[in-house]
Ligand binder design. Structure first.
Ligand code: 5GP
Length: 199
């Protein structure tokens, strides 16, 4: 049964270079683990394609974001690809209060900050593409990024891949089903669940 059950204070932090398949994998986790809530980040980057405010992200101006930093509203924040991204402290607190574990799709800097701030609660997972060439092909196939954005994301990916060893678990996404099975089992363990217990 996929019934909601009280989860302990857990942060499941997933980082990956853009195009490593993280979004698909996170969607499947949310479907399979009812006790997980996705943390919706705040960002200063412009919406892409059909992205909606409050669903993909909370889209704000640089000024609003900087005011949020000053007011201590973020549990972590980072500059990624030239834009601010941050996790709201309130989102984490509300989820903990509701007994829900939180799934965070954030960059390697954010993962390091949360690991430091919540060492007992944080499980960090790095999703790695098989290689950088595959990553570039996937980014182009997505068709939502400009050449400049692709170049910037590729440079950033090289740096992110170098951080992989600092994560609790690294999963190589060469084959989606295999990668998801590994991810599902790791998350089940972090949530104290029997991996066979899902629907
Ligand atoms: P994108 O612009 O492709 O949606 O996201 C770019 C990068 O920012 C991704 O690596 C994503 O995981 C990261 N990111 C998204 N939200 C946050 C956040 O709240 N904090 C941090 N540190 N990184 C984030």
């Amino acid at each position: 049964m996929n019934a909601t059950r009280p989860a302990s204070r857990k942060l499941i932090v997933i980082s990956a270079p853009s195009g490593a398949g993280k979004t698909t994998l996170c969607s499947r986790l949310l479907r399979d683990f009812a006790e997980l809530t996705l943390s919706i980040s705040t960002t200063t980057r412009a919406p892409r394609g059909e992205e909606k405010h409050g669903v993909a992200y909370f889209f704000v101006s640089r000024q609003e974001f900087e005011q949020g930093i000053q007011a201590g509203e973020f549990a972590e924040w980072a500059l990624v690809h030239g834009n601010y991204y941050g996790t709201s402290r309130k989102t984490l607190e509300d989820s903990f209060r509701a007994g829900r574990a939180v799934l965070l799709d954030i960059d390697v800097q954010g993962a390091a900050s949360l690991r430091q701030a919540f060492p007992a609660e944080t499980c960090t997972i790095f999703i790695s593409p098989p290689d950088l060439e595959t990553l570039e092909t996937r980014l182009r196939a997505r068709g939502t990024d400009s050449e400049e954005s692709i170049a910037r994301r590729m440079a950033n990916s090289r740096q992110e891949m170098a951080e992989a060893s600092r994560f609790d678990t690294v999963i190589v996404n060469d084959e989606l089903e295999k990668a998801y099975a590994a991810l599902q089992s790791r998350v089940a363990k972090a949530l104290g669940r029997d991996p066979g217990g899902r629907t």
